[in-house]
Design a protein around this ligand. Structure first.
Ligand code: SF4
Length: 203
């Protein structure tokens, strides 16, 4: 695993991503909270990693203005999405991180993936080492076999992956796989930081 982590960090850096490695999620969280100024506006994408680290609660406690649709009623979400996207710092994870240094994501609505590359001044990706995969093919396999079935279960969706655990490239109304984004380098107009954490986090 050590070699895999080093290779991934090295290749991410070559592609222009600013990388940090943390042994624990509490170290990552405290580094994050220390670097965020009280006056900065924060947006958050759908992320079990961010949720489980209780980052939203800590930011609100330290006085930041935070926009996260998971904390809003469905009827209020359309107003939250653009505020999160045009924030100072957008927090998210990634569905998969290849050893070649690419970030692979599939999204249903697109608010999360579009905010990864346009809108905020900076994006910080919080990723457990369980997100590392060999290459793009393995990344898509991970998304279809792990991330989507678990997300469908969490949301009680009746998509095939939610019901049987297997993807059949459905056309179900709740389909989560409508937009695919692979970041192969840092876009010039935005800062991007990857926090790689030596724990299993999210899915
Ligand atoms: S295409 Fe449908 S069945 Fe396949 S992973 Fe996506 S939502 Fe699930």
């Amino acid at each position: 695993m050590k070699q895999k982590i080093e290779k991934t960090l090295n290749n991410l850096s070559k592609r222009g991503f600013q990388c940090y490695f943390f042994s624990t999620s509490s170290e990552a969280k405290s580094h994050l909270l220390n670097q965020i100024k009280k006056e900065e506006i924060i947006g958050i994408g759908g992320s079990m990693t961010v949720k489980n680290l209780e980052i939203y609660e800590s930011l609100v406690e330290q006085g930041n203005e935070v926009y996260w649709h998971w904390m809003a009623e469905p009827k209020d979400r359309p107003k939250i999405f653009p505020k999160a996207q045009y924030s100072d710092i957008y927090l998210t994870s990634t569905n998969a991180l290849t050893e070649e240094g690419e970030l692979i994501n599939i999204d249903g609505n697109g608010n999360r993936v579009s905010s990864m590359f346009f809108g905020p001044k900076k994006v910080i990706f919080l990723c457990g080492v369980n997100k590392i995969v060999k290459d793009e093919n393995e990344g898509f396999k991970r998304i279809k076999e792990i991330a989507c079935p678990l997300n469908a279960k969490r949301l009680d969706l009746k998509t095939p992956c939610g019901v049987t655990g297997e993807c059949n490239d459905c056309t179900h109304p709740d389909r989560m796989c409508n937009i695919t984004v692979t970041l192969t380098g840092r876009p010039k107009l935005i800062e991007q930081e990857i926090y790689l954490i030596d724990e299993e986090l999210g899915y």
